[in-house]
Design a protein around this ligand. Sequence first.
Ligand code: ATP
Ligand code: MG
Length: 357
Amino acid sequence: MNKRIAVLPGDGIGPEIVAGAVRILQTIETLYGHQFELTYADIGGCATDKTGTPLPNETITICKNSDAILLGAVGGPKWDSLPVEKRPEQGLLKIRKALNLFANLRPTTCYESLADSSPLKKDIIEGVDLIVVRELTGGIYFGTPSERREIGGKPGAVDTLQYKNEEIERVIEKAFEVAKTRSKKITSVDKANVLETSRVWREIANQVAEKYPDVLLEHMLVDNAAMQLIRNPKQFDVIVTENMFGDILSDEASVLTGSLGMLASSSLSEEGPYLYEPIHGSAPDIAGENIANPLATILSTSMMLRLSFQLDKEATVIEEAVNNVLNKGYRTRDILSPNCKIVSTNEMVEAVNKEIF
Ligand code: ATP
Ligand code: MG
């Protein structure tokens, strides 16, 4: 398979962890006879330093001409005092907009060997393997009107929750596509007992479900879902929900696994290319020290292989390699547990690499 990948290392630990993930991609390429053509581009603070803007047009063009995008992280104290339009985070917001990345996928896998680092009981989180699909470009965060500090002449505040049917449909479709590649169960989360947008959400979910007879759809109210995520997270496979509910539930779900350094994500659009990145930030406090956990970024490449290239076998090989190194006791400092071996970023990458052969 021949694919073009845009590689955007960004700032802080970005370049280190992306280098690790690229090493793993290159091993997969060699072992399985693929060709991944990598094109590097700037985003974030490093782009502002070089070009005066955190998202140069050249980067957008490179991304649009790619089959998938791998991003490290952006930001750092160095750029905090710049005018807003030059700040690194703007690069990220703009690329999401430029590529219309409306569905954010955040898988939460509980690794048995890391169960100690979760505040929840081991028997509750062991075996958890779920994914939250969050609508990313609509909902109450984009409400109107923009001046909302008055209600009928009296001081107050207004936020408007609105969704076009097509915005609901496209994200639910994506979630069904994801469910097809997994255990084929979707939980659509809403507040249909009180919200009109939720009632429409539910209707559309039922309509989309008709196209996917082999995927089981269930509906759950968001308050119940928040409780069930902690009481019995193993019941979930794919959770699909609107922007704000997804924001809250995906943070809640991330606690099930323990560390920030383990969690991958992808952002999907209608046409592609999709963007893959770890959920953590640029960790400026540990940048350049070769101690960052590269596993979230490595797992992001595994998502890329599965979702953008349909290379299920290769994706599974990476996931199993990560699981094996954890079982063998390799730990970067952020996931340290008793009787385990502290390794550097590079050593962790090499350990995963060795498992793949
Ligand atoms: P952002 O606003 O970009 O999300 P943040 O303020 O949430 O950033 P992070 O950069 O994610 O912060 O870092 C939070 C803490 O977690 C820091 O102490 C950082 O060193 C640590 N951290 C983040 N990612 C990793 C990683 N991959 N390996 C080890 N530690 C990490
Ligand atoms: Mg953060």
